[in-house]
Design a protein. Structure first.
Length: 216
């Protein structure tokens, strides 16, 4: 594609194969109209949305077991959108969101690659209130606490869009900002339960992955 190169990758979740278009490497960058720059996305950050990260794989595995019945689900910082694709395949009521200008097209392309309906998508900046987005019963995210300001920004999104009895699930590789996020959600009435989850289809108990589960 013009401006950057992509490759195809296969990921196995729940015994099923997901074919995904991802960026070829972390050095990819193109922003001819300055859209990403205006959103605050630097050249070093630009390619991050287009990779499959271990925490994203862990979240996708967790979505195999999460209760979806009657629940409205929001994925924050969806990137390639693997977790949302798993939920879409299960028939969940899911909305994927991100701020990267290319996320929506990659998500739609990857849904088509897997013969799935297009996942509903909203461009979402965490620092800009979006009342029209509404409230959700379950909010999910992976690898979203790697910068200092992300904890309070993410907590703000949860405060605005979590239903009164909502659950929040976050997978994280152990960033130093988790403690700040824990305190902020505790102030909103959420209790933390850290759950062990499989990292991939071959993982066996005791699982290697850690899922942060917040419930009121």
């Amino acid at each position: 594609m013009p401006g950057y190169s992509t490759r195809s990758e296969k990921v196995y979740v729940g015994g099923l194969t997901y074919r995904l278009r991802v960026l070829s490497d972390k050095q990819q960058f193109t922003d001819p109209d300055g859209h990403a720059r205006r959103l605050g996305i630097s050249p070093a950050q630009w390619s991050l949305f287009g990779q499959i990260w271990p925490s994203g794989r862990l979240l996708a595995q967790a979505m195999l077991r999460v209760d979806i019945a009657g629940r409205r689900i929001l994925e924050l910082g969806c990137g390639i959108g693997l977790a949302s694709l798993v939920l879409q395949r299960r028939g969940a009521n899911v909305v994927a969101s991100d701020m990267h200008p290319l996320t929506e097209s990659f998500l739609a392309y990857n849904a088509a690659l897997n013969a799935l309906p297009v996942v509903r998508y909203r461009a979402l900046r965490w620092d800009v209130p979006t009342p029209s987005l509404g409230h959700f019963d379950l909010i999910i995210a992976s690898d979203v606490l790697y910068e200092r300001d992300q904890a309070w920004l993410l907590a703000g999104v949860v405060e605005r869009h979590a239903d009164r009895k909502a659950e929040v699930l976050v997978t994280d590789p152990g960033s130093g900002h988790c403690a700040d996020f824990n305190r902020m959600l505790a102030a909103q009435g959420f209790a933390l339960d850290e759950v062990r989850c499989p990292m991939d289809d071959n993982d066996v108990p005791p699982y290697r992955g850690r899922l942060l589960r917040y419930q009121r």
